[in-house]
Design a protein around this ligand. Structure first.
Ligand SMILES: C[S@@+](CC[C@H](N)C(=O)[O-])C[C@H]1O[C@@H](n2cnc3c(N)ncnc32)[C@H](O)[C@@H]1O
Length: 352
């Protein structure tokens, strides 16, 4: 590919990313990405920074990696000219006024972009706890044992703390009534079995690259990947990180294909073991998926009424939307589609 073509490819990817950001609630990034596209097409500073990755597939999201790096400096009080415009730091959200200081920062802080571009964005969406809790409430109807939670791809482990948030629906409430993380009336078409409670026996997760919720720099990294303007996501994350900082859940640094077999090696009696994951499956290779499925099925075959096993997952289908909540339960191995919903936080429909 010639240089002109590469610039156009990069500009096209930036525009496409901007379209996505605008559609998903960040018009600020939408406008900023349009300006970045123009600059890249003209061989400006954006081309200088992102040019080496111009031919990378769109899915590797280099523009979002760079935006995350800039946002991190903004959140760390390291870019006051930008902070006055970024919605996440109380700024005016004026992308046109942001562009000048944004381009200047790209030129001034070359040291920051190598590390920023080296990693794909990492998130932890606490809004997924609404669906996951519904799965546990459904499970409670069948099995009245305390729950042993095992999360795959837990990130900071915020969804392992799902009982520390407050959920309200149709006059029912669960979780911690004083929690600063609150969800209200998100089920808009049918409701999960609401009347029961969930008793958590233990919680533990794994991630290839866990985020330590008690480390301020790690928290900022996680927050930097939320798009400015998505204020609900940002507030929920901040609130959940505050809750986790006091007693962070245990998230082991491990690939799930190494970690899960050890957790499931022996059936545990007097609890129901729940292996769960949300928006993780798409990041696994075909062989990793088969491996995890085989490990769960083998543990399912060993499950008994006193040591049952559940597999709860919130994952997109092959056509990507809507995201599906599915539950499989052993002994028996019966699978049910429980609900469908969105990727982050939003309306959910009960399907069981
Ligand atoms: C999109 S994030 C979702 C995080 C969390 N489950 C949530 O719903 O917010 C995907 C997570 O999976 C982790 N991950 C990807 N592949 C993994 C693997 N093979 N083993 C362990 N963790 C993995 C990533 O590091 C990342 O934290």
């Amino acid at each position: 590919m010639g240089i002109g073509e590469l610039r156009e490819t990069l500009a096209g990817n930036l525009r496409l990313q901007g379209f996505g950001c605008r559609a998903l609630g960040s018009p600020f990034y939408g406008d900023l990405l349009d300006r970045m596209a123009e600059d890249a097409g003209a061989g400006g500073i954006v081309w200088e920074v992102l040019g080496p990755h111009a031919s990378a597939p769109f899915g590797e999201v280099y523009p979002l990696r760079l935006l995350g790096g800039v946002h991190r400096l903004v959140l760390a009080d390291d870019a006051p000219d930008l902070a006055r415009h970024y919605p996440t730091t109380g700024g005016d959200g004026d992308a046109a006024a942001t562009w000048g200081p944004f381009a200047a920062l790209l030129a001034d802080r070359h040291d920051a972009w190598g590390p920023a571009l080296a990693h794909p964005p990492q998130t932890n969406e606490v809004g997924r706890s609404v669906a996951l809790l519904a799965g546990l409430l459904t499970l409670r109807q069948a099995i009245r044992l305390p729950v042993r939670l095992l999360e795959l791809g837990a990130s900071a482990g915020l969804n392992l703390l799902l009982d520390r948030y407050c959920y309200e629906q149709d006059g029912f409430a669960w979780g911690d009534p004083g929690s600063k993380v609150r969800f209200a009336e998100l089920w808009n078409d049918g409701t999960p079995p609401l009347a029961d409670g969930v008793v958590i026996d233990s919680r533990r997760g794994c991630d290839r690259q866990p985020i330590d919720a008690s480390d301020p720099a790690a928290r900022q990294t996680l927050m930097s990947y939320v798009w400015p303007g998505q204020s609900r996501r940002f507030e929920l994350l901040q609130g959940a990180l505050d809750i986790a900082a006091g007693s962070p859940p245990r998230v082991d640094t491990a690939a799930m294909t190494d970690w899960l077999p050890a957790q499931l090696a022996q059936p545990r009696t007097s609890v129901v073991t729940v292996v769960f994951h949300s928006i993780v499956w798409q990041y696994l290779s075909e062989s990793e998926r088969t491996n995890v499925e085989d490990v769960i099925a083998a543990a399912g075959a060993r499950a008994t009424a006193d040591a049952p096993l559940a597999w709860l997952r919130l994952e997109p289908p092959p056509e990507m939307v809507p995201v599906e909540l599915r539950l499989t339960l052993w002994p028996g191995g019966q699978e049910r589609l429980l609900a469908v919903g969105e990727f982050h936080v939003g309306a959910l429909q009960w399907r069981a």
